[in-house]
Write a protein that binds this ligand. Structure first.
Ligand SMILES: Cc1ncc(COP(=O)(O)O)c(C=O)c1O
Length: 416
């Protein structure tokens, strides 16, 4: 029993915007590393009756009546999260990635405590202590950077900063870093100073769940956070898994510390996405995302477009547009968008340019892989990107992009 929709008749402006956005996504290619196409089943949970109800509290300990089915849904989501990430405890209530990280900091630390994390301008996230974020004002973030010709994390520097500043928490994870993380090295440094270890794997959560990348919980990490809408392909949301000694503090930091009622339609969608992620089909998907990123990277480099770190180990590529002589990242983003290739401009390590016109451009393969694209399609995309950046006429490229997109429909999306 689903509510009958009359949005078209009631609010034609919003309805038209949704139709137009559907068409835009269907006829273009999403190459934004943090985006993906979710499952029809998740659209179903998100548009369901679960939207209507408050479920403040946790299963068996709610504040309002009428919770039997919400308890069932949240227990399923929690158990699937624990199994998928091999963790002792899970909290699936964070409304998104930012509150998820805030809850961990507030739950396990005191204001003013020191956290060692990756610098935003070298690939870290805003919530990892960027001065513009409230977290940067509440906690004392010390930031490590990437270094050397390959632009990778320098563990000598991470260790030196850890020994000097004695952070209470060592945090790894990134929004713009195309290399695999050495979790054992982070853990060894944290152990030397008795710090808590946290991995924010928001970008690569699905690749870890699908067994394509290493799981920091296997390396003995205390806490792992991940958004659920990127490589995990679920609804927008956040999730925290941790070792048992941190469970109570993390739960109370999420609720009542930071949030009120969880969005249970989202929690149900997270449960569905994790059921999907446990399937062999998803493991093949995760491997294909990585293979596609490698193929795309090789193709771009052969076309004279340099990549930060010289390649990728994950789903993401950071192009050094300025070094390639193609202008800046903002111009490249605009040129590609005119061709139906949707990307985002990106700061690169030690970028001499400002954030609004950075030197780099970030690409990712999760969404095109969800549309069933493999090596030959991705090579084709690489060719079209190179042509667009080299100044070939827009129209023929845009036509080829649209044709490629229409031959690979977004799963479960009907165009009316
Ligand atoms: C590493 C990392 N952490 C946290 C977040 C925050 O997620 P949200 O945008 O859902 O708040 C992101 C989002 O891009 C991210 O990349």
């Amino acid at each position: 029993m689903q509510p009958t929709s009359n949005l078209d008749a009631y609010d034609s402006e919003i309805s038209a915007a949704i139709h137009n956005e559907t068409r835009r996504q269907a006829q273009t290619l999403t190459l934004i590393a943090s985006e993906n196409h979710t499952y029809p089943e998740v659209f179903e949970t998100n548009g369901s009756i679960l939207t209507d109800k408050y479920a403040e509290g946790y299963p068996g300990r709610r504040y309002y009546a009428g919770q039997q089915f919400y308890d069932e849904i949240e227990r399923l989501a929690v158990n699937r999260a624990k199994e998928l990430f091999r963790a002792e405890h899970a909290n699936v209530q964070p409304l998104s990635g930012s509150p998820m990280n805030q809850a961990v900091y507030f739950g396990l630390l005191e204001p003013g405590d020191t956290i060692l994390a990756m610098d935003l301008t070298h690939g870290g996230h805003l919530t990892h202590g960027a001065p513009a974020s409230h977290m940067g004002r509440i906690f004392n973030f010390v930031r490590y950077r990437t270094r050397g010709a390959r632009g990778e994390i320098d563990f000598d520097e991470v260790r030196a900063l850890a020994l000097k500043h004695k952070p209470k928490m060592v945090l790894c994870g990134h929004s713009s870093y195309p290399r695999e993380l050495d979790y054992a090295a982070f853990k060894a440094i944290a152990d030397e100073i008795g710090a808590i270890t946290m991995a924010d794997v928001s970008h690569i959560g699905g690749l870890i769940a699908g067994g394509a990348l290493a799981n920091p919980m296997d390396a003995g990490f205390d806490v792992l956070t991940t958004t659920t809408h990127k490589t995990l392909r679920g609804p927008r949301g956040g999730m925290i898994v941790c070792r048992q000694p941190f469970a109570r503090k993390i739960d109370s930091a999420v609720f009542p510390g930071l949030q009120g009622g969880p969005h249970m339609h989202q929690v149900a969608g997270i449960a569905v996405a994790m059921k999907k992620a446990a399937d062999a089909e998803f493991q093949a998907y995760a491997r294909q995302v990585l293979a596609n990123a490698k193929t795309l990277g090789e193709h771009l480099q052969q076309s004279g477009i340099p990549l930060v770190t010289g390649g990728t180990d994950n789903h993401m590529l950071v192009l050094d547009i300025a070094a390639g002589g193609f202008g800046d990242g903002a111009q490249a983003q605009m040129t590609l968008e005119a061709c139906g290739l949707v990307t985002n401009k990106q700061l690169i390590p030690d970028d001499p340019n400002p954030p609004a016109r950075p030197s780099g451009l970030r690409l990712g393969t999760p969404a095109v892989t969800s549309r069933g694209m493999r090596a030959s399609e991705v090579q084709n995309i690489g060719e079209l990107i190179a042509q667009a950046l080299q100044g070939h006429p827009t129209q023929p490229i845009a036509e080829q992009v649209q044709s490629l997109a229409e031959r690979h429909p977004i799963p479960g999306l009907a165009l009316s």
